[in-house]
Design a protein around this ligand. Structure first.
Ligand code: NAI
Length: 385
């Protein structure tokens, strides 16, 4: 099977998320790193790209150069990852989709609901893949939770509780540091800070696992550090379209929490508990039984879990390998597209532009409800009402 060619925009030297993408894309041998515009400083981007092994003609100075350069080649990249700061995602994703490239965009996909709807329509019109990197849904045991819910192990889902609460912006003395301040400034961050940054991961994971979409929500948003305009903590109540109730807490001032993403699902016949910081164990409590620890890599879990587990049981798999599962899904989707065949259904789980759009509608709903002291609001994008 020929390797696919992969390119990246953003993710330059010292960036937070660039290395996880490079590890993820390269891990299973599906993609060769072939092109990049890695940094907002053209020379730094070109130099770093070449150090990572790009040929000089494909280590571009900016994304516009990359778009023109790749369009002109017969061996153009098959997939472009957009890992730049949030406000640039829409413009870059739109330009590459219009030019016929498949795109994996970092979250949040856009800054407004209208932009999100435009990307969903564009992906449908062009027939190109537009995925959004809710990379934590690539974890093998997250896929397994979804499979357990789908095959009815938990019965009807009554309640889902999601958290993404860390403590990395808890230092009031550091609140004016420009690297932190922009995140809470509406002019740069938009209508929401902590929910738009982390809460959307938790909400997307809840929807992914229970197979239901949020319809309505009520939000209590606060700036615990008072100089902040946007929220650094939010508590949400949710109602999903399949009848489940949701509770979601997100925070950036939860001192002592390191990453803080976790999910609990409670059905009529059992409950599940999983946390990102111990991703190789899933706790399962069947009604009337005892708590069982499901280990990643056990035999006979589910096709979705088996497909996304590589390392022998008892050895840890972590976040770049979850990203690798998203890349493996995308490789299968791209190959199926090239070969004109249906894709493996177990791989057809990567997050899509529709998910990016739903998140953006939820971000605006949280901002609206938070301002209105927790009034319940419609959380669906107009396109899906
Ligand atoms: P960062 O600030 O650490 O790095 C951003 C990189 O993009 C830098 O190398 C910068 O030079 C480059 N860049 C900026 N503008 C550019 C442009 N116009 N063209 C080319 N390169 C450009 O940011 P970080 O934390 O890596 O975040 C990037 C994106 O990834 C954000 O949208 C963020 O929300 C998302 N993210 C997603 C995570 C996930 O779990 N899915 C986790 C962390 C971040």
């Amino acid at each position: 099977m020929a390797k696919l060619r992969w390119g990246m925009i953003g993710g330059g030297e010292g960036s937070q998320i660039g290395p996880a993408h490079r590890l993820g894309a390269g891990l299973d041998g599906h993609f060769d790193f072939a092109a990049g515009a890695l940094d907002h400083r053209p020379d730094a981007g070109r130099a770093y790209g070449q150090r990572l092994g790009l040929t000089p003609d494909r280590a571009y100075g900016n994304w516009q150069e990359m778009l023109a350069g790749e369009q002109a080649r017969d061996d153009r990249v098959d997939l472009v990852t957009v890992a730049t700061p949030n406000a640039t995602h829409f413009e870059i994703t739109k330009a590459f989709l219009q030019a016929g490239f498949h795109v994996l965009c970092e979250k949040p996909m856009t800054m407004t609901v209208d932009e999100g709807e435009e990307i969903v329509r564009l992906a449908a019109d062009t027939g190109r893949i537009c995925a959004v990197n809710y990379g934590y849904t690539g974890y093998s045991l997250v896929r397994h939770m979804r499979a357990m819910v789908a095959r009815g192990d938990l019965g009807r889902i009554r309640l889902v509780k999601a958290e993404f609460a860390h403590g990395h912006h808890a230092d009031a003395a550091d609140a004016d540091n420009p690297r932190v301040r922009w995140r809470y400034d509406p002019a740069q961050a938009g209508v929401s800070a902590q929910f738009a940054d982390c809460g959307i991961h938790a909400l997307h994971m809840a929807s992914f696992v229970i197979g239901q979409q949020v319809e309505r929500l009520s939000a209590d948003t606060v700036s615990c550090i008072e100089s902040r305009v946007l929220e650094d903590d939010a508590m949400l109540n949710l109602r999903f379209d399949g009848g489940a109730v949701g509770r979601l807490w997100t925070s950036s001032i939860a001192l002592g929490n390191q990453h803080g993403l976790s999910l609990q699902v409670f059905g009529e016949k059992g409950g599940l508990r999983w946390a990102q910081e111990q991703p190789n164990q899933l706790y399962w409590m069947p009604l009337g039984g005892r708590v069982q620890v499901i280990e990643r890599g056990e035999a006979h879990l589910s096709p979705e879990a088996d497909r996304t587990s590589r390392v022998t049981i008892g050895h840890a798999e972590g976040m770049p390998l979850a990203f690798a599962n998203i890349y493996a899904d995308l490789a299968e989707a791209i190959r199926a597209d090239k070969e004109g065949r249906a894709m493996d259904p177990a791989a057809n789980l990567y997050p899509r532009a529709e998910d990016g759009l739903r998140s953006m509608a939820a971000v605006f709903a949280v901002a609206e409800s938070g301002k209105a002291k927790g009034t319940w609001v419609d959380a669906r994008p107009p396109m899906f009402r």
